[in-house]
Design a protein around this ligand. Structure first.
Ligand SMILES: [Zn+2]
Length: 481
């Protein structure tokens, strides 16, 4: 009788807290045993390798429709391939809302597209229009259906919410039990500076950074937190790019506010100088907030070690460099304001953070696992099914060679986007096999999985995002929307 379907043999198992030299027994897609020695008809040799929980990427844009028409080039199929290639097994993507339209207009189509995924997935719901119907009917229905996080933008036309609308979303989230995630940059300030830059003839890609200095991120981060504090609603700050914004978060955390924050690989290895490459090449590096510089990179590592920033997501948001649907959508001499934002990074996330973090001595390997798997799974209600190696957890695993040196190329990223901003970057540490619910979906770079084999991860209520009960004057204004 085969007790296990598969045994991972001889590896070093690493969780967010522990390191164990043991075998991993897998049965029916879940982890059934951790022990000195396990037998099975089928084994996977992990001698000399680390066995890590599969990466959980809680911020990635796949097949997302744009308000101006078109959609992200990365589909749920190509995105799954890139994920598995890079050791990620679950992702949370974004269901859109177009201003003035109900959420259900876009959600049904998006669910149909996502059903082709090979990795497990869930959605954040973007709220661009805090109308009565959205606040009172659609948000409660979404949360009941397991879409338990809402995303708001404090900048970008036509996505941004003003403070009043943001307060309404926070209130709805508090009433129904969801996490709110926030893109923090000051809308008016960026608009004002962009118009001035264009008027001065400063149109090249590098001026993207000039249009949104750190101050606009710091201000919006402070405001996003203050308003969340007013409502007593837990939030996560998306893609923190600089220590100045992280300081605002650390101060709020120190006074007991439930605010968490993520950062992304691009803020550790890219800089504003990349956007100043010759010709149009700088467009490859345009994302928001803007990549900064070496000083900010060092400051972010400090905030990771302090725990201010506890999640690293990819913010995979790819637009190809060649052709006319991606970065050149508005032409090869388009001003920076017309170049689509975002960089691809699904497959690069784990290798870059392991290499820059663990191999270079910034963090230990348990901390790495927490950043890329355990903490995102906990914050978004996927734990302990995802994000750990424990009895009963899904057998989502990565066999990791901690010493393998690799030069990143776009071919290795296995994505639909035709370039990687990390081309030529040398990394130490690389995934050699990925398992999703016990299935070997990647081995030595070869991805094999059936479209549609991914599962939607409906997220129920969980304690971590319960409000604290600390309200100014004890008055719960969220009950009177
Ligand atoms: Zn994003």
């Amino acid at each position: 009788m085969a007790e296990f379907d598969l045994v991972i043999r001889g590896g070093t198992v690493v969780t967010g807290t522990d390191i164990m030299r043991c075998d991993v027994g897998i049965r029916a897609g879940r982890i059934a045993a951790l022990a000195d020695h396990l037998d099975a008809a089928e084994t996977l040799d992990a001698d000399g390798l680390l066995v890590l929980p599969g990466g959980v990427d809680t911020h990635c844009h796949l097949a997302q429709p744009w308000p101006e028409g078109g959609r992200d080039e990365e589909s749920f199929i190509s995105g799954s391939i890139a994920s598995f290639a890079g050791g990620t097994t679950s992702a949370i993507c974004f269901s859109s809302q177009f201003k003035g339209h109900p959420i259900r207009d876009t959600l049904t189509d998006y669910q149909a597209r996502a059903s082709s995924a090979m990795m497990d997935y869930s959605f954040h719901q973007i709220i661009t229009d805090a109308s009565d119907a959205v606040i009172h009917e659609e948000i409660p229905a979404l949360i009941a259906a397991g879409i338990r996080s809402l995303k708001v933008f404090l900048t970008y036309d036509p996505l941004y919410l003003d403070d009043r609308q943001y307060l309404r979303v926070l209130s709805a989230a508090r009433r129904h039990g969801a996490l709110v995630t926030v893109h923090c940059e000051n809308y008016e300030a960026i608009k004002w500076r962009s118009e001035a830059l264009l008027a001065a003839g400063h149109t090249a890609p590098k001026y993207h950074a000039w249009s949104r200095p750190k101050i606009v991120e710091r201000e919006a981060t402070h405001r996003a937190i203050a308003l969340a504090e007013l409502v007593d609603q837990p939030i996560q700050i998306f893609h923190v790019s600089c220590p100045e914004a992280a300081e605002e978060i650390a101060r709020a955390q120190a006074r007991g506010v439930k605010v968490w924050a993520e950062t992304c690989p691009q803020y550790f290895v890219l800089s504003a100088a990349d956007m100043d490459r010759p010709g149009f090449e700088g467009a490859k590096f345009i994302c928001s907030p803007s990549p900064r510089g070496p000083e900010e990179q060092a400051g972010l590592w400090q905030h990771i070690r302090r725990g201010t920033l506890d999640v690293v997501s990819s913010d995979h948001s790819g637009s190809s460099y060649e052709g006319n649907v991606g970065k050149r959508r508005a032409g090869s001499d388009a001003p920076f304001t017309k170049i689509p934002n975002g960089v691809p990074g699904l497959a690069a996330r784990l290798p870059i953070i392991f290499s820059e973090g663990v191999s270079k001595g910034n963090i230990d390997v348990n901390h790495f696992v927490r950043l890329i798997a355990t903490n995102p799974a906990k914050l978004f209600g996927l734990y302990p099914r995802k994000g750990s190696i424990a009895i009963g957890s899904d057998a989502d695993l990565v066999l990791w060679d901690p010493t393998k040196k690799t030069t990143i190329t776009n071919a290795l990223m296995q994505q639909a986007i035709d370039y990687t901003p990390y081309e030529g970057l040398e990394v130490t540490g690389w995934p050699v096999a990925t398992l999703s619910r016990g299935r070997v979906v990647m081995r030595d770079g070869k991805v094999q999985a059936e479209p549609g084999s991914g599962q939607f991860l409906a997220r129920g209520a969980y304690d971590m995002i319960r409000p604290t009960g600390n309200l100014p004057d004890g008055f719960d204004a969220s009950q009177y929307p």
